[in-house]
Design a binder for this molecule. Structure first.
Ligand SMILES: NC(=O)c1ccc[n+]([C@@H]2O[C@H](COP(=O)([O-])OP(=O)(O)OC[C@H]3O[C@@H](n4cnc5c(N)ncnc54)[C@H](O)[C@@H]3O)[C@@H](O)[C@H]2O)c1
Length: 330
């Protein structure tokens, strides 16, 4: 039995807490920390024995072997460092911080402390995307020529979230930067990005974009084209397509039902899933399974702090490219 603590019980923390309680018999959530009453009441209702507003109660508890850090982004680095110094294994939500220097410094502390750390790039564990990677790795697609990633949210988050998010490229596109590296299996050499405001003047006023197109060039000469939007009238849209010398593979969006209605006007299928909570539900379970399995078998984590840093370096280059209106070499 492994005792764990969870820090931050908002949208994503609730998903991880409830998955830990219902899917992992070898895991015991002994403590939850959340500064506000909402998250605390949720953890109490789920039967967590220690519910606190003091993260020290988790770090100083010798019974706790691992910590899931699911709090607001600007608190991740501090908690990762405290967990590393306390010798706990770490699962940290993305991104680890908004400053590359801070992430590098935090990763040094993790390295010195020799604790395992997994960065929560959950989309790597989506069965469709994982299957695409297997097709690429088995050689079925041949030499990869291009990758297209489409990621459109159903609607924008609150402005309060936008203001703390680090901007669309660091908050949303960061998943796609990681996905592009994950699928391509090599590093990005050049980034060209364009951003716009097509959804909300409020987002523009907050200094962020709500639409982005990013072109990545990889070491192997292949390109990845990423398109992001904070709004899609038809629901959450998450797809990708890989084109290679031997073939092509494309993922479709899972829909609310597999039913097709045919009538006088034609044939209609169901709507897309609502948002990340339902679209990626399985990937959230599978990423925790990968974390706990890697801990149990002393294996390398399937998404590391360095992967998080690489995605941030691409995001930073994309911001520079947008500002300077030219491709940036990495
Ligand atoms: N991997 C994914 O698909 C995914 C999805 C959503 C969010 N996230 C990431 O998860 C993190 C949380 O996002 P969210 O959507 O759950 O936000 P949220 O605002 O819903 O929840 C954040 C929670 O953290 C708590 N919190 C705030 N400051 C804290 C602090 N200093 N110490 C401890 N707890 C604190 C808040 O009280 C709240 O309960 C963000 O870093 C975000 O980027 C990842």
């Amino acid at each position: 039995m492994m005792n764990i603590g969870i820090i931050g019980v908002g949208r994503i923390g609730k998903i991880h807490l409830s998955n830990c309680l219902s899917h992992f018999r070898q895991v015991n959530v002994s403590a939850v920390m959340n500064p506000s009453i909402g998250g605390q009441e949720y953890a109490q209702a789920m039967g967590v024995p220690i519910v606190t507003s003091d993260a020290g109660e988790i770090f100083e508890n010798p019974e706790i072997a691992a910590v899931l850090i699911c709090s607001a982004t600007d608190s991740h680095a501090e908690y990762v460092e405290a967990a590393a110094r306390a010798g706990k294994a770490i699962f940290c939500e993305k991104p680890m911080d908004l400053s590359l220097d801070r992430v590098r410094q935090t990763l040094e502390i993790v390295k010195e402390s020799q604790v395992p750390l997994m960065l929560a790039f959950n989309q790597r564990f989506d069965p469709n995307f994982a299957d695409v990677r297997q097709h690429i790795q088995s050689g079925l697609i041949g030499d990869i020529r291009s990758l297209h990633i489409i990621s459109r949210d159903p609607g924008p988050p609150p402005i309060s979230y936008i203001k703390k998010s680090g901007g669309m490229l660091m908050d949303m596109t960061i998943h796609d930067f990681d996905m592009a590296r994950f699928q391509m299996g090599c590093e990005v050499t050049q980034v060209y990005a364009q951003g716009a405001n097509v959804v909300s003047p409020e987002i523009a006023k907050a200094g962020d974009i709500d639409f982005a197109t990013v072109l990545l060039t990889f070491e192997n000469g292949a390109t990845a084209l990423i398109e992001n939007c904070r709004e899609a009238a038809y629901g959450y849209d998450q797809r990708l397509e890989v084109f290679g010398s031997k073939g092509m593979i494309r993922t479709e969006n899972p829909l609310k039902t597999t039913n097709c209605f045919s009538g006088q006007q034609g044939t209609q299928s169901a709507r897309n899933l609502d948002f990340f909570m339902d679209r990626y539900a399985e990937s959230y379970r599978l990423e925790l399974k990968a974390f706990f399995d890697a801990l149990q078998h002393h294996e390398v984590m399937p998404a590391t702090g360095e992967d998080g840093l690489k995605a941030m370096e691409i995001a930073e280059a994309a911001y520079r490219s947008m500002q300077e209106n030219k491709p940036i070499t990495l």
